[in-house]
Design a binder for this molecule. Structure first.
Ligand SMILES: NC(=O)c1ccc[n+]([C@@H]2O[C@H](COP(=O)([O-])OP(=O)(O)OC[C@H]3O[C@@H](n4cnc5c(N)ncnc54)[C@H](O)[C@@H]3O)[C@@H](O)[C@H]2O)c1
Ligand SMILES: O=C(O)C[C@H](O)C(=O)O
Length: 357
């Protein structure tokens, strides 16, 4: 018997809901058209969610992740504008299937089944502010998002970008501990922008191509906690005291340099998206089982007496599988390390107390 038009419509809606779960950009007309497509889905690759995907970092980050061949499914979540960004990015002729999720009621759908969750949600600095000034608002945002992760994708690798990273990573760890899902290997504070900047500024001083330069940056992600190890630059080189001081200060103040240049319109977004994708790509290569994937990140650590510290880590199938020691430091770096640890200890404690108290 021929199905009625209502039955046909219901069937098409069911198929469409399967292909595009919770996709707020879909109108009924587009559902009909898309249900008739021969979409296969299921290309090999990883499922990645970006939380804060409509923001200054989120949008270019989403675009770059859509290009990444290791990504099969890309979930874009935000409390505003997610449908527009999703519609836009979904037209790119690359492999990843893009789905949009808008508002708290769709957070769980956005997170379910994800292998990697990248979090650039939260407010950015304006001139005159420190990253710690963002704590009041961003701490609560990170807590809510991490509660969602603990519930819906507790095994996902988390790349936390929201500032102040020195406190938001301890917040995330406490949320996961409370939920009984904490795996220290899977929680990574993103400090790759410090490395990207360090490579660029050091290459400038040495007259080299930045792609040939590798600078380890350890400690944390704010002011004096950002500690470039210029004695360990590759290719091996030496700096005068003047160069060392100039480079250390420029790397530590890189974020402020952008905040001031943007005159109230936010902080680094484009270089951050680039740095976040570099780091996310390393995490995905680790998940795939590639050997020798190493990057700097702010992680649970026994490298110093502090519970969290940024250093080089080896990324593997289960996240940060090895946290490397700092290696030999010169006198200038040893003094810098002491300053960094003092500030870091307070920021870490502030994050922990936010959840415990
Ligand atoms: N780790 C780093 O190296 C680094 C570098 C640059 C910026 N940042 C930080 O990244 C954060 C974002 O910066 P931005 O320039 O993209 O800011 P932005 O204001 O342009 O974008 C933030 C986005 O987060 C969204 N958002 C707010 N609350 C949310 C919630 N509860 N759930 C989901 N999304 C939510 C907003 O709607 C917005 O789209 C800031 O905290 C900034 O300081 C970190
Ligand atoms: O400086 C900021 O506030 C943003 C970010 O942490 C950066 O380093 O650019």
């Amino acid at each position: 018997m021929k199905p009625s038009s209502t039955e046909v419509h219901q069937r098409i809606s069911r198929i469409s809901a399967h292909l595009y779960p919770s996709n707020p950009q879909m109108g009924e007309g587009s559902m009909l058209e898309r249900a008739n497509c021969r979409a296969k889905g299921g290309a090999p690759g990883f499922k990645v969610a970006i939380l804060g995907a409509a923001g200054g970092i989120g949008q270019p980050l989403a675009m770059l992740m859509k290009i990444n061949p290791l990504v099969s499914v890309l979930h874009l979540y935000d409390v505003v504008n997610a449908p527009g960004v999703t519609a836009d990015i979904s037209h790119m002729d690359t492999g990843a299937v893009v789905r949009g999720f808008l508002g708290q009621s769709q957070l769980e759908d956005a997170l379910t089944g994800m292998d990697l969750v990248i979090i650039p949600a939260g407010i950015p600095r304006k001139p005159g502010m420190t990253r710690d000034d963002l704590f009041k608002i961003n701490a609560g945002i990170v807590r809510t998002l991490c509660e969602g992760i603990a519930k819906c994708c507790p095994n996902a690798i988390v790349n936390l970008i929201s500032n102040p990273v020195n406190s938001t990573v301890p917040i995330a760890a406490e949320v996961f501990k409370k939920a009984g899902t904490y795996d220290p290997k899977k929680l990574l504070g993103v400090t790759s922008l410090d490395v990207v900047r360090a490579n660029t500024f050091v290459a400038e001083v040495l007259g080299l191509d930045p792609r040939e330069v590798e600078v380890p940056v350890v400690g944390g992600h704010a002011g004096v906690t950002i500690l470039p190890l210029l004695s360990q630059v590759k290719p091996p080189c030496s700096f005068t005291q003047e160069e060392t001081e100039y480079l250390t200060k420029r790397i530590q103040d890189g974020g402020t340099e952008v905040v001031e240049a943007k005159k109230g319109a936010g902080s680094a977004t484009l270089s951050m998206a680039y740095a976040a994708v570099k780091f996310a790509d390393a995490c995905l290569k680790g998940l795939r089982g590639d050997a020798g994937v190493v990057a700097c990140a702010f992680v649970a650590s026994q490298v110093t007496e502090l519970p969290f510290f940024a250093s080089k880590v080896r990324l593997g199938r289960t996240g940060a599988e090895e946290v490397y020691q700092l290696g030999p430091l010169n006198e200038y770096e040893r003094i810098g390390l002491e300053k960094a640890k003092k500030e870091l200890a307070e920021s870490i404690q502030k994050g922990i107390s936010f959840i415990r108290n």
